[in-house]
Design a protein around this ligand. Structure first.
Ligand code: PSU
Length: 304
């Protein structure tokens, strides 16, 4: 007999799923490892409110006391935002946190797995992980790419973080059969910047077209995720030329400090925040909000 799934839904998410209402999954690594307190918790709250205001229900996902929590109440979100020693979970260690009872936040990869289990089709984040610069030496490639190749969830992100090797990231996505769709753009966005100089392989201009594309994939039995690359709004972007110097300095400092594996992305995000005197964080918050809005619209279009 199969044991029941270790999922605990918040009353709001439970009711929404039961009623067939649109739900948007949200990750929690952005809260525990991606932003400093209190911006992390304030952003998570604002993102949830934005999704509700668009007529969908937010489901922030994390692992606590051996359960996958789908939808967090305000008090739990606050606790998560200040907790230390939280594991940054991916496919490799999601079940480890469940078995040991250790608290864990979910990355894009782990959130996709949990969303799929919970019956949620759309997920909003900031930027996905990808192929790190120097990966030909370090082999550092985010497990997010592998997950996009196998788990059927639509991920809305402002592209991949610009600290990565973006051409190689696009190559790997292509190999894994992941559609990368520029939303109202022909260019693959670079997280803090609207453009990367790289072409987005596909383009769609509305949530309903995205829903239709996903339905067509399902109709012919194609599994795996889809990446909707949604550029940060113009008013909030930091142009790529301005970011280049900061990124180079940040990568050099990570190398000098001997940062590796799971620590790389959190280190670089925090370091960039310092170097840009907070403006990278401001842009990060704006792009997450923007992705939440589009994800809510896609979740609604999928139900239409
Ligand atoms: N988007 C953000 N901030 C973040 C992340 C995404 O705006 O911190 C997180 C996601 O959880 C993503 C992770 O899965 O960064 C990538 O980490 P890595 O490169 O170690 O796979």
């Amino acid at each position: 007999m199969m044991a029941s799934l270790p999922l605990v839904y918040s009353p709001e998410v439970d009711a929404a799923l039961a009623a067939g209402k649109p739900v948007v999954a949200l990750e929690s690594t952005i809260v525990t490892h991606g932003m400093p307190y209190p911006d992390n918790v304030e952003t998570a709250r604002a993102v949830e409110a934005e999704i509700r205001s668009r007529g969908a229900v937010p489901a922030t996902i994390a692992v606590l006391e051996g359960k996958i929590r789908v939808g967090l109440d305000a008090e739990t979100l606050d606790r998560l935002g200040t907790m230390t020693g939280v594991m940054k979970l991916s496919r490799a260690d999601l079940a480890f946190a469940l078995a040991t009872g250790r608290p864990g936040s979910t990355t894009v990869a782990a959130t996709m797995i949990c969303a799929r289990l919970a019956g949620i089709d759309v997920f909003a984040t900031g930027g996905i992980g990808g192929v790190h610069q120097g990966a030909e030496e370090s082999f550092d490639v985010s497990a997010d790419l592998e997950e996009l190749g196998r788990t059927s969830v639509i991920v809305v992100a402002a592209g991949a973080k610009a600290i990565l090797d973006l051409p190689k990231t696009l190559e790997v996505l292509e190999t894994k059969g992941v559609p990368v769709v520029g939303y109202r753009t022909d260019e693959f966005p670079a997280f803090w910047s609207r453009g990367s100089g790289l072409k987005a392989p596909l383009r769609l201009d509305s949530a309903s077209e995205i829903a239709a594309f996903q339905k067509a994939r399902e109709m012919i039995g194609i599994e795996g995720g889809m990446l909707i690359a949604n550029p940060v709004p113009e008013t909030d972007e930091i142009p790529a030329v301005r970011m280049q110097g900061f990124i180079a300095a940040s990568l050099a400092s990570a190398k000098a400090a001997g940062i590796s594996a799971k620590q790389v992305t959190p280190y670089l995000l925090a370091d960039m925040f310092e170097r840009t005197a907070g403006s990278s964080l401001k842009t990060n918050i704006a792009l997450v909000m923007n992705n939440a809005r589009l994800a809510a619209d896609i979740a609604k279009a999928l139900k239409a």
